[in-house]
Design a protein around this ligand. Structure first.
Ligand code: IVH
Length: 706
């Protein structure tokens, strides 16, 4: 079915029509794939259609559609692997893009550990492989499970495929009873070129870069296909263990090497800041001749006891960082500037670019951040600091920031077409026509249409069902958009009445395009399952400005229940009163966030929408996050004065890991004040309120579970 006329004999009109048809068919196939158990077309047909689409686009680049299927990533086969929950989350690494950022990272570690500014610290340095991460679980020396990273918490079970890799041992001698090895699956340049040559000879799809080839080859439903792919594996770490591998990172890697895993031979120890920088230069110099893609250098604290003390932030370890190589760059023409309206009404300019390859990926859109970024002068004619003066028709230099989101680095003024006018940033929302205003000190211009604005409403719905929020299976951004467009859902509460309204009767979900009996049933079931929602997820799902996942977690922990939270928001006043003070006492909540929260709850239409939602669902109280049996679980602790055995940051992280809340100021709700030397007014206030005050020794005993 992907046949049709040879691409090079198509007329322009035929090509345009066919691209439109392909976009439609592939979109329907994607939808069917995600919403139904039985996709409508086979993987082979799907791939053939995608390939034909790409071939036509290559022949007629100017006809490439905004909604081109080539820009949609996320390989469909994913949904069909069994999901596995990682016993320890697979995290990502923080990034440093310069020597200075690396120095700041090291300085931060010294501060966190309470070391002086020049105290010796040893790190390992090794290349950051540009592949896909894999966790290998060995039980009594036998490979029991292999899982991809997925979202870090849940990955895909690819055990059968992993067994096909020559560099993944099936059995280990002398291994700990339980050993989870983590590392990177990748493809070498030569193997990648040969694979692409074979693929194209056989008329199969070729891969854009070795990373895509590695990911696609590992995630094959038929493990025999994986067997034929030249995949390699380098071990760089571990997850769950029944006994430690060594005392140091380097020692542990050597042990993995002795067990039969490939370890990167460029891994070394760096005992001084100079050695850290030298390792980066050295690895960067070898980059071109390594024979495989790397995108930076990873540094890890060598001493595992220190790694333990440093622990983790929400998604990255404190003891490791990736120093990334500079982003790849490319020049292209900016064809048009579009305005997108976000969930909180922000008008974001987006550059539509003539497609260009940057670091192995075709880029056709780039963010332009905000009004000032593309302007050169403000309304009064004064130059804007950092304004780039970007106009439609300009030649722009594009890079992929952190290798993901394309951005514009530079404009070539010499090539500016005559008559290119400065971009007129709209003063009204392009989606709903409401006035778009800019508050003093705010870089963003925002639509004032609120929930009336269809763009804001649909973005909020998308946020509501997204991963960290309600995460309703079968209800993704695409489905939400379609249901919103047709008026089936307008706000979050409507999701929970969908079955009552469209489960039977004249208009039914199962009869919609892209849906069927089974997928509709599955969705209704998934919605029912989401009716019970933990408090922190709900707070995040509301999509209030500045309230991200970590702030939502802090709020949930502080208020404990929806009733308490909502009551406090009702009573709260901006800038004064006990509820305002209580909000600001949360370590990590500032006045900007507090103001946004109170504003949202006091806005009548928004509040009514929240109430309708709350009436549909059951909200679980926040549980203490740490071990419930720890002696400080659920307690509110304030640290004050100088701590001598650990820094404030470490103490806070310890307390939170044990399930306590850490507050910035003392109130009647405080349970314990840990006061070091020099503690002043807080310790005094604590004694006045009759709050328990302990010293650092007593705190350490508590933290140790004494
Ligand atoms: S350590 C807790 N070492 O980079 C940190 N990661 O952004 C675990 N990667 O998903 C990562 N080479 O797949 C580490 N030598 C290396 C690496 C490496 C590549 C990947 C890894 C991870 C991502 C982190």
């Amino acid at each position: 079915m992907a046949g049709g006329a040879k691409v090079d004999v198509l007329t322009e009109a035929q090509a345009r029509d066919e691209l439109a048809r392909l976009a439609e068919t592939l979109r329907a196939a994607d939808l069917a794939y995600h919403a139904e158990d039985t996709p409508r077309i086979s993987d082979a047909e799907y791939d053939a259609l995608k390939q034909r689409n790409a071939a036509i686009e290559a022949q007629f680049p100017h006809l490439k559609r905004d909604d081109s299927p080539s820009d949609r990533v996320g390989a469909p086969p994913a949904e069909r692997f069994e999901k596995v929950r990682h016993s320890q989350r697979m995290l990502s690494l923080g990034n440093a893009f310069s020597d200075a950022e690396l120095d700041a990272f090291v300085a931060g570690i010294r501060r966190y550990l309470g070391l002086d500014a020049h105290a010796a610290l040893t790190f390992t340095a090794e290349p950051k492989i540009d592949g896909v991460s894999l966790a290998l679980r060995y039980v009594r020396g036998r490979l029991a499970q292999a899982a991809t990273r997925g979202d870090g918490e849940t990955g895909e079970n690819v055990t059968a495929n992993a067994r096909m890799l020559g560099e993944i041992p099936a059995r280990l001698d002398d291994a700990p009873e339980l050993l989870e090895v983590r590392g990177e699956v990748y493809m070498a340049h030569a193997d990648f070129a040969a694979l692409n040559a074979r693929q194209s000879e056989a008329g199969d799809k070729t891969f854009a870069n070795p990373r895509n080839a590695a990911a696609g080859s590992l995630r094959q439903l038929d493990a025999e296909v994986t067997r034929a792919r030249p995949l390699r594996f380098l071990a760089y770490g571990w997850g769950a263990l029944s006994e430690p591998l060594a005392d140091t990172q380097m020692g542990a890697l050597e042990r993995l090497g002795a067990l039969g895993f490939a370890i990167n031979p460029l891994t070394r120890r760096c005992a001084s800041d100079e050695e850290l920088h030298a390792a980066y230069r050295d690895i960067e110099q070898r980059r071109a001749t390594l024979g495989y893609d790397i995108d930076g250098v990873v540094y890890k604290i060598d001493d595992l006891a220190l790694q333990d003390r440093l622990g983790f932030r929400s998604t990255t370890p404190r003891w490791a960082i990736a120093r990334k190589f500079p982003a790849e760059l490319a020049w292209t023409r900016l064809e048009k500037i579009d305005i997108q309206v976000g969930r909180t009404g922000t008008l974001s300019p987006v550059a539509r670019l003539a497609p260009v390859t940057v670091g192995g990926v075709v880029v056709s859109n780039a963010t332009l951040h905000n009004e000032d970024y593309i302007a050169a002068r403000d309304a009064a004619g004064n130059p804007i600091r950092d304004g780039k003066d970007i106009r439609e028709g300009d030649w722009v230099e594009v890079y992929r920031a952190g290798d993901v989101i394309p951005k514009i680095r530079d404009v070539d003024l010499a090539r500016r077409p005559g008559g290119a006018a400065p971009f007129e940033f709209p003063r009204h929302c392009p989606e709903c026509g409401a006035e778009a205003v800019r508050e003093v000190g705010d870089a963003a211009r925002r639509c004032t249409g609120g929930l009336i604005c269809p763009a804001q409403a649909v973005e909020r719905l998308k946020h509501f069902v997204s991963r960290g929020a309600l995460d309703i299976e079968g209800l993704g951004a695409k489905q939400v958009e379609a249901l919103y467009r047709d008026g089936w859902i307008a706000e979050p509460a409507d999701i929970f009445t969908l079955e009552a309204r469209f489960g039977s009767g004249p208009r039914q979900l199962r009869n919609r395009e892209g849906w069927g009996e089974k997928s509709a049933q599955n969705l209704f079931r998934a919605i029912e399952a989401s009716r019970r929602v933990p408090l922190h997820r709900l707070i995040f799902a509301l999509g209030i400005r500045h309230v991200g996942e970590s702030a939502a977690a802090l709020l949930a922990r502080h208020y404990g229940s929806w009733a308490a939270f909502e009551g406090a928001m009702d009573r709260a006043e901006i800038g004064q009163g006990p509820e305002w003070d209580s909000l600001l006492s949360i370590d990590g909540v500032g006045s900007v966030l507090a103001e946004a929260l109170i504003t949202a709850f006091h806005q009548p239409a928004e509040r009514a929408s929240i109430d309708r939602l709350a009436a549909e669902i059951e909200i679980e109280d926040a549980a203490a996050t740490g071990p419930a049996d720890s002696s400080v679980a659920g307690k509110t602790i304030v640290f004050t004065g100088t701590l001598e055995r650990m820094t404030r940051a470490e103490a806070k992280a310890r307390a939170e890991a044990l399930g306590a809340r850490v507050a910035g100021s003392v109130s009647a709700k405080t349970d314990i004040v840990v006061a070091g030397p020099g503690a002043g007014s807080k310790a005094k206030k604590a004694s006045e309120l009759g709050v328990e005050v302990i010293d650092e020794e007593a705190w350490l005993a508590l933290a140790r579970g004494g």
